[in-house]
Design a binder for this molecule. Sequence first.
Ligand SMILES: NC(=O)c1ccc[n+]([C@@H]2O[C@H](COP(=O)([O-])OP(=O)(O)OC[C@H]3O[C@@H](n4cnc5c(N)ncnc54)[C@H](O)[C@@H]3O)[C@@H](O)[C@H]2O)c1
Length: 387
Amino acid sequence: MGTRSRSRIEWVADHCALLSQITDEFRQTRPFDGLTIGTGIHLEPKTVALLMTLRAGGAEVIASGNLSSTQPDSVEYLRAAGVRVEAEQTTDPARHTALLRRVLEAQPDLLLDNGGDLFALYLEAPYPGLRGGTEETTSGRMRLEPLREQLSMPILVINDSPIKQFGENRHAVGQSMFETYMRLTNRSTNGKRVTVFGYGPCGEGVATCFRHAFAQVSVCEADPVRRLEAHLDGFMTPATDAAIASADIIVTETGAVDVLTADHLGLIKDGAILLNGGHFPSEIDFAGMAGSAEVEQRDEFENGALTTLRLKDGRRLTIAAAGHMANLAGPRPLGNSIEAMDFGFALQARCLERIATGGTDASDCVVPVPRDIDEGVANAYLDLRSG
Ligand SMILES: NC(=O)c1ccc[n+]([C@@H]2O[C@H](COP(=O)([O-])OP(=O)(O)OC[C@H]3O[C@@H](n4cnc5c(N)ncnc54)[C@H](O)[C@@H]3O)[C@@H](O)[C@H]2O)c1
């Protein structure tokens, strides 16, 4: 019996059961033969599994990442496998944009986007031959919807699949944000007051996970209908100022800008810990808070995984990952569970296959995943788990 030393990337690949099945199929069917796919999605072990699946389908992949979340071992792995990677771990938006532009300079036939960065940049310098692509997330869909007329090509929004909504956003982001809170702070949740901003699927999952970890959870939700749902689910729904003032832990999950700003510093409880789980680092205005005249000292722990701001009145507050999406930041970032990402990435592979093989047209611009693809992925997962 031999013993092998294997990497986390290989552990992840071994457990992406849906992607493994699709990879085997794509090796035979080769839906992307002769096509280039440009990608702009978090470069971490689960996306490595997705990109290798697309390669197995014949695609030439040119990969970039998202702001702040690129993992060097994933980049190394992809490059060793012959994938062109234009990505680096950076929190500088200008540098990030320059890397995305390099992907577009290669004029890919298909784009796999996460947050709408690639499609938005494409519109600044369109090129012939782009067939369309996919958008992974809520934030990207909100950004691309107003650009529908200009884009006028098939763009399938993975986030709007019910499977992504419940499989990842509701069931995985909460677990991941809870794991992130424990991993970054090593602090308890028992008896703590937690306020979650946003009660979409992500916020619902976060609120539920912290409640299951013996915290008292309040929800701040802008939409009264969703706020009612949070109330009926048993969460407190106080007014925003009261929800901020009472919280030991605040998590933002809104997709909106400036949910927490320097204007809120006067309200925040001594010792509070703030984490953003939304896609863009704009939900918590870290720069505005850190630069406030009320702050007299800034302590950074583990290269900014946590920043404690000491206020002139003696209170302290801590912000995770400088307001970047916390579950893919800091030491040993894991992100959402392998199974949850396997769902979304199986949808990605099937949607890109559909566009590559001519199963969509320009009217499918920024629309949800086709129902039959959802059904195929659901059946594949249930078949794998049965017996
Ligand atoms: N961290 C992760 O791994 C991960 C995974 C998936 C999605 N996301 C991101 O999480 C965010 C939320 O995703 P979702 O699918 O739940 O989105 P959603 O749009 O379904 O829900 C967001 C909710 O926030 C509410 N909201 C907006 N502004 C608000 C404010 N200022 N105060 C209070 N409530 C407000 C909205 O009314 C809405 O109900 C998005 O940015 C998404 O891209 C993160």
